[in-house]
Design a protein around this ligand. Sequence first.
Ligand code: NDP
Length: 474
Amino acid sequence: ASARIAVTGLAVMGSNLARNLARHGYRVAVHNRSHARTKALISEHGHEGDFVPAETLEELVGSLQTPRQIIIMVKAGGPTDAVIDELVPLLEPGDMVIDGGNAHYADTRRREAALKEVGLLFVGAGISGGEEGALNGPSIMPGGPKESYEHLGPVLEDIAAKVDGVPCCVHVGPDGAGHFVKMVHNGIEYADMQLIAEAYDLLHRVGGMTPADVAEVFRGWNSGDLESYLVEITAEVLGHVDAETGAALVDVIADEAEQKGTGRWTVQEALELGVPVTGIAEAVFARSLSGRAGQRQAVREAFGPAEVAGGADESLVEDVRQALYASKVVAYAQGFDQMRAASAEYGWDLDLGAMATIWRGGCIIRARFLDRIREAYDKAPELPSLLVDDYFRDAVRSAEAAWRRVVVKAVTAGVPAPGFVSALAYYDGLRSERLPASLIQGLRDFFGAHTYRRTDREGSFHTLWSGDRSQVDA
Ligand code: NDP
């Protein structure tokens, strides 16, 4: 019999996805540019299910039922285009090409449009959860033409993570919507990790707690509102002792954070859309700052190291928990805003509640919290900000005093907390009755005659700054 679905690209993600499909009873055709990987997969895991190995793409295509479904799991960028170019002449109208790599959504839009021209369905599917998720159930964010989901959806839902029996997979929207949403997911992941790291740093450097103490704190937090995969593994990492030195591993790891680029993409796209995603931006910049070793050393030498003023009181742990929660609400609110803005820009009609639903399991930011976000958008799909949902409004209100104390403490102590600080500034910015943007408009009008609007009547105005300073209609 022919295979139901195919996977090409059998590095860690592709092989695990193929195994996941096989374990769910699908006959899976498998292929990799260098055949050795295909052979390794069959010899190590062939017994797990029904695999059909192929040495060439022709063979792979020939082994499939029609309409064909081929998942590409190769390095994102040029390699994905190379595989698509090789595949297209082998396929027939109605066949489906699914890119499960971390593609930029603009590439996905371009590829979708090109394949549509030749009658093929192209699905850019964001897949989150790393290698573990790919094997045991990832969160899957497929975009592409709606009709692709009829055939493909049931298979993807089958292999996706489940929460309360609901699969973490839904048709996200047309063309690049799936990869866009995956990108924002990663951006939120950056922000979440930055906030967690700041919480640790404050408890450690201001509170004087050891990594093992903080591990215990995080373990406790994981049974409350903050329950999430990232909080859970923070306790694991902080509690881990380096076998060589006997020190906490976190004290041995070089403090220069790396990045593969999806956080940067999120911020670049947010700038294009004009959406303030300050939490994600601070997280990306904090990683960049950490990596500037030479500059860090020069500034440390010029000024001396920051003198951290300690002095924790009993309430620090609880204050930091509240600050973390409130800042996290802000980071998610910003990410969801960005998805809403992109949805309007590209006509995707994204269901934000459904996005929260499919992030509840399988992916790196899976958390109890996402149930609340889903409820918020289910209740009010047009919610102007997550912050104004009743539940989050009450949570942020009750955290506010603690949040301010933590920010004051961080600033006074000299411990950088850009995530906490900027989240609070965002909140205060949105809440302010009047912002100094009025002054900015005045300055713009002064040097560039850019005009301004007034609060008391319609129209655009300009002040004759270099003349008699009277106001004219612009
Ligand atoms: P890699 O990103 O390391 O890519 C290696 C695979 O790409 C190999 O199968 C390799 O084939 C193939 N490849 C590279 N260049 C070409 C080419 N020009 N033509 C054909 N095949 C090529 O593998 P991963 O498994 O880590 O990731 C796969 C995709 O999934 C990537 O897009 C990644 O961004 C994404 N992803 C990864 C996650 C992770 O946790 N690793 C999580 C979510 C998504 P060969 O063996 O012949 O060299």
